[in-house]
Ligand binder design. Structure first.
Ligand code: NCD
Length: 355
């Protein structure tokens, strides 16, 4: 590729300061979705209510669902590998009756190959589609994309929106929304729950967004345990955010101190692709491995979550199979919920009413 990720990096990070995403405040229509900080509690209630409705209707084979977004188009721009986020967004749009486009062969065969920058690539997608879902390795890229999409609004006939599918090591808002939906769906409340996040809390963007979302429920007695090696601790700005919202937070590198008390165990992969030095990765790669023996120390009412993909941090393939058989494992449920949450988010941001 003529344009390397590093070319983007200096520019993209600046946009986190330069671009302020709009708060939802009850009105999703026309708003870019790039950080969980856009959502108030009422917005989450509304999103999850629409999610429940759509889930019920899809399960009941309600064909009217496939007319909701008829004639709408979503573009998917994935500058980074993805299975779930990409496929669930595509399926969500198609189940609503909309269409999906992407550069044939992926972004590596788009004009990015000729050296085109992110701002122009995103605006090209906006000229054709109503929603542009973007995943990019550089933090700030979804802010940059939204900034330029707003500029495009004055120049074309429609107002396309940007939805982040993962912003470097920054945030992954839609993953956190599906994670929170799953927790509430399983546990019915966050009140008095202990949520334990384990693994690469530094580079794992899903836990950044999820921690901030849980802080939205600051009237509840939710406790967060953050378990990681010293070198992969949660970024200080997220800890500050949790403190500001008075969420009881414990940081530790000893899983055994907090496992038994956990109601939600949120396991994560060490983000190997974010390490510049492979020896640093090797030094911590094996520190936290979930296996059936480890899960045996958790309590009976706990749920085990993982954004996936999973690798050796969930043990061997045999361990994977054994963990899957445990009724506390809900990562496949999480995955399916992701499609319903994304259907709801697409419908709401496109201004489509769902009954
Ligand atoms: C996550 C991601 O891309 O941040 N995957 C996902 O979207 N479900 C987690 C990961 O890659 O470890």
């Amino acid at each position: 590729m003529a344009t390397t990720p590093t070319d983007f990096s200096r520019r993209a990070a600046d946009y986190v300061k330069r671009y302020t995403p709009p708060r939802i405040y009850g009105e999703f229509a026309g708003k870019h979705i790039i950080t969980v900080e856009q959502f108030e509690r009422q917005d989450l209630d509304k999103l999850f209510d629409v999610t429940q409705k759509l889930r019920r209707r899809v399960v009941a084979h309600d064909v009217e669902v496939s007319r909701l977004a008829a004639g709408r188009v979503m573009a998917s721009l994935f500058f980074e590998a993805s299975t779930r986020t990409d496929m669930s967004f595509q399926t969500a749009m198609r189940r609503l009756g909309g269409n999906v486009v992407a550069p044939t062969g992926g972004v590596q065969f788009s004009s990015v190959y000729k050296g085109e920058n992110l701002a122009d690539t995103v605006r090209a997608a906006g000229c054709y589609a109503d929603v542009v879902v973007i995943r990019h390795p550089e933090r700030g890229s979804s802010y940059e994309a939204s900034y330029y999409m707003d500029k495009l609004h004055g120049q074309i006939t429609r107002k396309p929106i940007v939805i982040s599918g993962g912003d470097g090591i920054g945030e992954h808002p839609t993953q956190a929304l599906l994670d929170l939906f799953t927790i509430l769906d399983q546990k019915k409340t966050l009140d008095n729950l202990t949520v334990t996040m384990v693994g690469d809390l530094k580079n794992g963007r899903t836990v950044h967004s999820l921690a901030k979302l849980i802080a939205r429920y600051d009237d509840q007695r939710t406790r967060i345990n953050l378990v990681s090696p010293e070198s992969l601790k949660m970024p200080r700005e997220i800890i500050a955010y949790l403190n500001l919202h008075k969420v009881a937070t414990v940081e530790t590198d000893r899983l055994s101190d907090v496992l038994a008390e956990s109601d939600v165990i949120y396991w994560t992969r060490v983000q190997e692709e974010r390490f510049d030095d492979p020896t640093e990765y090797d030094a911590i790669a094996d520190q936290f491995i979930m296996t059936p023996d480890v899960l045996a120390q958790a309590n009976d009412r706990a749920i085990l979550m993982h954004p996936l993909p999973r690798k050796h941090e969930m043990g061997t393939p045999t361990d994977h199979d054994a963990l899957d058989e445990d009724s506390r494992s809900v990562y496949f449920t999480q995955m399916e919920n992701g499609m319903y949450v994304r259907m709801a988010l697409l419908a709401l941001t496109m201004g489509i009413e769902v009954k």
